[in-house]
Design a protein around this ligand. Structure first.
Ligand SMILES: NC(=O)c1ccc[n+]([C@@H]2O[C@H](COP(=O)([O-])OP(=O)(O)OC[C@H]3O[C@@H](n4cnc5c(N)ncnc54)[C@H](O)[C@@H]3O)[C@@H](O)[C@H]2O)c1
Length: 355
């Protein structure tokens, strides 16, 4: 471990932001130097809980006085673009965002492009793609341990295809090492398809990948809820946990589950947030890329938009990348606006870490 101590700010420190704050106060090479949150009572409680004195109501006031090395943007999605761009322009070295990254595709483009232009490492947040075991399974697939992939499927994609479906898309792209270049989809119920958000929309369909693979998409659980990829005699299954690996067949022709023997790693207590943050810090130090990036989240938003568009137009094949960058898909209101604005505020007791 390097002797550098990264100076970190958290912008938006509600339920999810506090998980970041907990991790960043635990890692020996990071310290939280400032928090911005626009809820004054919660802000005060958070300052006491995490031992931070530099507390601000918004990102502008924070950047006016502090230039952190790292900023974790964990506001509701509506505010992420402005915060990410303000931090990139102020000279922050590494910025992470949460899911979904945006509603309008052009906004996600602007976030990714602004970070690239300013040489900022732009990470994607608490996604299962960044789980150590998911990354290890992907490395083993890419190294050829299971032979060439011949199929892929997505399960349980429905419900909130932008808010939660970005988990599926990010793992699928990782395992297959390919982009989705065509989407055809069917959506129910009709009322959900007519709205401008993803709440309650169940999407079934098919993705075509740049590697040539076809991927079946099941909107509901099958009963799996994640991503399968398979070769002639092996199957790797991510189902919202460490991937299961099946290799070979028994005498009845059934797949045989093997012990994947994943490597152990420190700070497992923070789940896949550890893989997300540790790979992000390594990238800020100049080595590789975060295991989940802002670019990954942009790609996931684009696929979700394409899927809804295809279903709306009568299941037409939609080519990616989408030409019309003004297209959008809003997440459910809690993700878009946060708990305070949608009648589900976090109590001060909980913000203090007492629940
Ligand atoms: N990756 C995951 O597993 C996961 C899980 C939960 C939530 N999320 C995402 O994290 C984001 C936040 O969700 P949450 O559950 O923490 O919500 P929350 O409502 O609990 O917290 C949001 C916090 O941001 C603050 N805030 C709102 N606007 C702000 C602004 N402009 N500047 C500074 N602070 C601001 C609020 O005061 C609040 O404390 C959402 O986008 C959500 O989709 C991701």
């Amino acid at each position: 471990m390097s002797t550098v101590k990264y100076r970190v700010a958290i912008i938006g420190c509600g339920r999810m932001g506090q998980q970041y704050a907990q991790a960043y106060t635990t890692y020996p090479d990071t310290e939280i130097v400032a928090i911005a949150d626009n809820n004054p009572e919660r802000r005060k409680v958070l300052g006491e809980r995490f031992g931070v004195r530099a507390l601000y109501g918004d990102v502008e006031s924070l950047l006016g006085e502090v230039l952190p090395d790292i900023v974790a943007v964990v506001t509701p999605t509506k505010y992420m673009k402005d915060v990410v761009i303000a931090c990139a322009e102020a000279g922050v070295k590494g910025i992470s965002t949460e899911k979904p990254i945006a509603a309008v595709l052009a906004d996600a483009d602007e976030m990714v492009d602004t970070c690239a232009r300013h040489g900022v490492v732009f990470a994607g947040g608490n996604l299962q793609r960044a789980m150590n075991e998911v990354q290890e399974a992907a490395q083993r697939i890419h190294a050829g341990e299971f032979g060439e992939l011949v199929g892929a499927s997505v399960h349980g994609f429905g419900g909130e295809i932008s808010g939660g479906g970005c988990q599926h898309i990010s793992v699928l792209r990782l395992f297959t090492n390919a982009e989705i270049d065509e989407v055809i989809a069917w959506g129910t119920p009709k009322e959900a398809l007519a709205k401008d958000d993803d709440e309650g929309l169940i999407i079934h369909g098919k993705f075509h990948l740049t590697s040539g693979l076809e991927c079946a998409v099941f909107g509901t659980s099958t009963p799996c809820r994640g991503v399968d990829v398979w070769s002639e005699d092996a199957l790797v299954r991510w189902d919202w946990a460490s991937p299961e690996i099946f290799k070979g067949y028994d005498e009845k022709g059934a797949r045989v589950s093997i012990n994947p023997k994943y490597a152990s790693y420190p700070w497992r207590e923070f789940g896949y947030l550890t893989g997300s943050i540790r790979s992000f810090l390594t990238a800020v130090a100049g080595d590789g890329h975060p295991w989940i990036t802002g670019h990954d989240l942009r790609q996931a938003l684009e696929v979700a938009i394409a899927a809804k568009l295809s279903a709306r137009l009568g299941s037409v094949p939609v080519q990616l990348p989408l030409e019309d960058r003004s297209l959008s898909l809003f997440p459910r209101s809690y993700r878009w606006l946060g708990g305070d604005a949608t009648g589900n505020p976090q109590s001060l007791e909980e913000a203090a870490g007492n629940q």
